[in-house]
Design a protein around this ligand. Structure first.
Ligand SMILES: Nc1nc2c(c(=O)[nH]1)N[C@H]1C(S)=C(S)[C@@H](COP(=O)(O)O)O[C@H]1N2
Ligand SMILES: [Mo]
Length: 329
């Protein structure tokens, strides 16, 4: 393949964590638990820290070293794998939260390619298995806050979107990045329904997309993404409402004009392009001041206060300095 000759685009193979290394980690964990941690093991563990929770063992392993990016690992308790994979929004499979978990088994995640197009010096079509090797995998434990008022804490596996962007070399005309996701009526039963304009499209301003917290995710809980969560590759933008994080991406386009995104098309008064989590800007039909953490909904459980930029203000607030966030909601 021609682009493999392109030195520096992909990781050298020595940098890719071999699967055997990951499998060995479970034995290592047992050793550590038994108090047998030695100096050699400590070095090794430092290179590949592990998820807060153990691997569910349902899908192929996808380990990631704990991210060193500022703010990338919240210490909050993670939402259970069962909740993360059965309470979803993925309208291509139905609008009920339980639909993706029940219906997304029909999604075919191989073969899969992601086309990089538009205002870039190196447009190309990347096979998913090449995209996986582009940069070392990191574990990021992010809050995800849905515009509907619920939230989760999820240990994702992936690398900064910036790693891909740097390698394709955007031109000076690239002001926005558009994510186009799969719309295949044969495998996605709800595509064709009139709830949204398909394909599902999302977008970011270039500086947002280049922020190290903007993640290209391939896995969660140390395994590849379940179909319901947007396999084989999705965006995760933790300071924005969940819908900005497009699932099952097939195209990444660099463009000059603000992309017309699916939710803005569906309801421009309700969903803006920016969609930064902002407790001070109500949705026209409900308050955004509080949220319900999935898994904590006991009868007397208090709602949580929603944080500005979903708690990532220290990291991303500067991107919006001088902008009226009521106007650019
Ligand atoms: N292609 C696609 N991506 C999507 C959606 C969708 O319907 N289709 N829903 C979004 C919404 S509204 C949310 S809250 C998150 C949910 O991600 P999760 O189900 O993995 O928690 O995915 C986002 N990405
Ligand atoms: Mo959402």
């Amino acid at each position: 393949m021609h682009f493999l000759k392109d030195r520096g685009f992909f990781l050298p193979s020595s940098e890719i964590t071999p699967r055997a290394g990951y499998e060995g980690r479970r034995d290592l964990l047992k050793l550590l638990a038994g108090g047998a941690a030695g100096a050699t093991l400590a070095t090794w563990a430092g290179r590949a820290a592990f998820a807060q929770a153990t691997r569910p063992g349902k899908l192929a392993a996808l380990p990631g070293a704990r991210s060193a990016v500022a703010g990338a690992v919240t210490m909050e308790k993670t939402t259970s794998y069962a909740d993360v994979t059965s309470y979803n929004n993925f309208y291509e499979f139905g609008t009920d939260k339980s639909d993706p978990g029940r219906n997304a088994h029909t999604l075919k995640t191989r073969p899969w390619t992601v086309a990089i197009e538009g205002e870039v010096k190196k447009p190309r079509v990347l096979d998913i298995d090449e995209l996986l090797k582009l940069s070392p995998m990191e574990e990021r434990v992010y809050r995800l806050r849905c515009v509907e008022g619920w939230s989760m804490v999820i240990p994702w596996v992936g690398y900064s979107l910036a790693e891909l962007i740097k390698r394709v070399e955007p031109t000076g005309n690239a002001k926005y990045v558009e994510f186009v996701t799969l719309a295949d009526a044969k495998t996605m039963p709800h595509v064709g329904s009139r709830v949204l304009d398909w394909p599902y499209v999302e977008g970011l301003r270039m500086d947002e997309a280049m922020h190290p917290l903007a993640l290209l995710a391939f896995g969660l809980y140390g395994e590849v993404l379940p179909n319901a969560n947007g396999a084989p590759v999705r965006a995760v933008v933790p300071w924005k409402y969940g819908f900005k994080s497009g699932k099952s991406i097939v195209k990444i386009r660099f463009v000059e004009k603000e992309p017309r995104t699916s939710w803005v098309k569906a309801g421009p008064q309700e969903y803006g392009f920016y969609s930064n989590v902002n407790p001070n800007v109500d949705h026209p039909r409900w308050s955004q001041a509080t949220e319900r953490r999935i898994g904590e909904d006991g009868l007397f459980q208090k709602k949580r206060a929603t944080l500005m930029f979903n708690g990532y203000e220290a990291q991303v607030g500067q991107l919006y300095a001088g902008m009226d966030l009521k106007k650019f909601f």
